[in-house]
Design a protein around this ligand. Structure first.
Ligand code: ADP
Ligand code: MG
Length: 339
């Protein structure tokens, strides 16, 4: 339960622009645990490799020192263990256990939100580990300052080490990941086939892996080679779904690329014009191009209210009439999303 996944290693992790910083930081931490960056805080959307990287550090620490006590757990598990310890009057054992580790990896700490007692416990554990020079790695689906229901003192401590974003992979990285996974599965994947999948599956690495698995399975069962024909057949439903609708992911990614900002900025609370305007443009495009409701759109932009989306749509409509830059931007984005 507190174990590392063996094949989440640095060797199996494909480097790309989107994960370069996070990978470099993780390698540093593996080389200088407890001193390079403590804690290492990785944040970003689902399926982008945060858990993989965190295990890669853990596995590296283990291979340097097989006796190292590296504990991985999901934050929900930490909460559950703590509750149990409280019920069993074993909270001091709980504390001793977590304070005895060489490295503590806690995944998806957004689940600490509103769990006051767990935050309290974790705060003390955190301080003890930091003082003891024991490495911590934390992941979260958003920038720590933006987790509602998390104590300020925790948020501020999370920033004491290094905080790095993991971004969605760009096309070349998606191709490289597919080639790598096919290679691991010992399946011949022609580059044009990898390219075809990577162009269509754009959301995250987990989806990409899932699609490749389906293609490989159908090659396996039919005895046919992996080519574009086979891919089209085995991913028919997935591709049809993609064709029908521009996804929110896709809009966010395209808008972020266009304005040269991060997807994470679109989700963030930042209000500077350079981020707020693209965000409004993205929301307006989401309203125009998808069937998602206003609350759903708001949700996908870092949990915003539907009135914020409505306001963005109105604002952009107005600006498209009065501001030629915005009119041009909107037109370009619309074209690149629909052709
Ligand atoms: P997250 O924790 O960010 O939601 P995961 O670490 O669980 O994402 O990654 C989802 C899947 O994608 C895992 O199977 C992981 O091995 C794989 N993956 C993600 N990024 C990469 C990468 N750069 N290279 C190889 N595999 C990756
Ligand atoms: Mg994860």
């Amino acid at each position: 339960q507190h174990h590392l996944v063996d094949n989440y290693t640095f060797d199996n992790f494909v480097e790309g622009k989107s994960n370069q910083l996070a990978l470099a930081a993780a390698r540093q931490v593996a080389e200088n645990p407890g001193s390079a960056y403590n804690p290492l805080f990785l944040y970003g959307g689902v399926g982008l490799g945060k858990t993989h990287l965190m295990h890669a550090v853990g596995n590296a620490l283990k291979s340097q020192n097989p006796g190292a006590k590296v504990v991985y757990l999901h934050s929900e598990r930490f909460v559950a263990d703590m509750v149990k310890a409280l019920q069993l009057n074993a909270i001091s054992d709980f504390k001793r256990y977590y304070r005895s580790v060489d490295a503590l990896l806690i995944d998806d700490i957004q689940f600490f939100a509103k769990k006051d007692r767990s935050q309290e416990e974790f705060f003390h554990t955190f301080n003890a580990l930091l003082e003891g020079g024991q490495q911590m790695i934390l992941t979260c689906d958003r920038y720590p300052k933006e987790i509602d229901g998390l104590e300020e003192r925790l948020k501020s401590r999370f920033g004491w080490g290094l905080t790095v974003a993991v971004e969605p992979p760009e096309l070349e990285t998606r191709v490289a990941i597919l080639m790598n996974k096919a290679n691991q599965a010992r399946v011949e994947l022609p580059p044009e086939a990898a390219f075809f999948i990577a162009q269509r599956i754009r959301s995250n690495v987990r989806e990409l892996e899932g699609a490749l698995k389906r293609v490989i399975a159908s090659a396996h069962f039919t005895g046919r080679p992996v080519d574009i024909e086979l891919i089209k057949e085995s991913l028919k439903d997935l591709l049809a779904l993609q064709d029908k609708q521009v996804s929110l992911d896709n809009i966010q990614r395209t808008v972020a690329e266009y304005y040269k900002i991060k997807v994470a900025d679109l989700m963030s609370r930042r209000r500077s014009r350079s981020v707020a305007r693209p965000r409004q443009v993205a929301m307006a495009l989401a309203k125009e191009l998808t069937n998602h409701s206003l609350p759903e759109i708001g949700d996908s932009f870092g949990g915003r209210d539907h009135t914020t989306v409505l306001h963005a749509c109105r604002k952009i409509k107005e600006l498209r009439e009065t501001n030629s830059d915005i009119r041009e931007d909107y037109k370009n984005l619309l074209r690149s999303l629909t052709t």
